[in-house]
Design a protein around this ligand. Sequence first.
Ligand code: BTN
Length: 251
Amino acid sequence: MLLKTKRIVRGGFCYEQEMDSTNARAKKLAENGTGDGTVVLCEVQTAGRGRLSRIWLAKPGEDLTFSVVLRISDTAMAPYYSFCAALALQWSLEKMKLPVRLKWPNDVLLDGKKTAGILCELVGDRVIIGIGLNVNRTEFPEELAEKATSMRLCAGQEYSRENVLADVLYQLEKAADVLETEGTDELLRLYRLHCATIGAEIMVSGLDGEYAGVALDVLRDGALSVKKENGEICTVYAGDVSVRGLAGYGR
Ligand code: BTN
């Protein structure tokens, strides 16, 4: 693996064939004070977790499931690390000439379909950045077939998972550096450049029900500003957003 990172992996590396979830393992390591930059990687997750209490299923030997533990000086910055991860995947996949775009808050899309998901969690002064990336799989369960894809399906070629992992980690280190040295405004400026949600017609499903609107912008705190069909402007902090025109208005 061509590893170019100075921080990530240097703090520790934990690989096992099977784990419940790399995020869960990373959380345990973080609670025990693992080094900054520790990476947790496995082939099979028996309880892989996604956002909004969903499950995350990956194909052993074909996809990548891993988590990175970063020690942060200001825990208020934790939510911005999911934008770092999204940006890192954007930079890495576009370097490989893939037509990648981002869906707020942190889905990574190829051909409008989801190819990677990100789950960030905070443990003490450490943020756990969990990434599931569909690299070489060519089949998805029927209910996901319209909404999910892989790098291989998009490009028609296989990828070296080692090289993809090494580059994503390198780009993640760069994105975290942008956040930590230049701040949140610069990170979000870069994120907005690639965000397919901004300007799109969307459906929002949140705690207060489901409604349609147009996404106006990603605000300084990372929330999504939305103009509802009745003209009212509202702010979405969490929840599910689907974008019209992307994979059948799908999520
Ligand atoms: C989502 O899109 O809902 C987020 C999916 C995040 C999945 C990754 S796979 C590695 C890490 N370990 C987990 O249990 N979840 C994240």
